[in-house]
Ligand binder design. Structure first.
Ligand code: PRT
Length: 109
């Protein structure tokens, strides 16, 4: 993992949070947040599908670009829905002691 990616994601989250209540005409983030979580979720879904298609077709450059779009839109959705990066970190931390198969089985109850 590129060490800079964590710092870039942190800065991106701060930027998105700073756009709350900003002018939607000058900030794309503000325009999305003003439209609510449902609109943000739709944009996230679109970008995720575009990333999936790029990955399935083996287009590395396109996948990298769509992954960046997807991460941005995931963060906007999180901001709209009231979920913070720390909430994701807590979920990930809780999974480090078990395999992916075990984690999946534990979700089935
Ligand atoms: N990382 C991003 C980022 N990634 C993607 N996008 C935008 O997400 C949109 C998605 O692409 P689409 O083709 O779906 O766009 P579209 O059809 O114009 O969008 P819709 O009309 O459907 O909403 C594009 O307008 C991209 O510019 C982003 N917009 C902003 N950021 C970051 O957020 C910061 C703040 O941006 P503003 O809020 O605009 O100041 C920027 O400096 C960037 O760091």
């Amino acid at each position: 993992m590129d060490r800079n990616l964590g710092q870039q994601l942190d800065a991106l989250w701060q930027t998105i949070e700073s756009r709350r209540g900003a002018d939607p005409d000058s900030s794309y983030t503000a325009s999305l947040l003003a439209q609510g979580a449902e609109r943000c979720a739709k944009k996230f879904g679109e970008e995720a599908v575009e990333a999936a298609i790029a990955g399935a077709l083996g287009n590395k450059d396109e996948l990298a670009a769509e992954a960046a779009d997807t991460l941005y839109h995931l963060f906007v959705l999180m901001a709209a829905a009231g979920v913070e990066p720390a909430d994701i970190a807590a979920k990930l931390a809780g999974r480090t002691s078990q395999s992916g198969h075990e984690e999946k089985a534990s979700r089935k109850g």
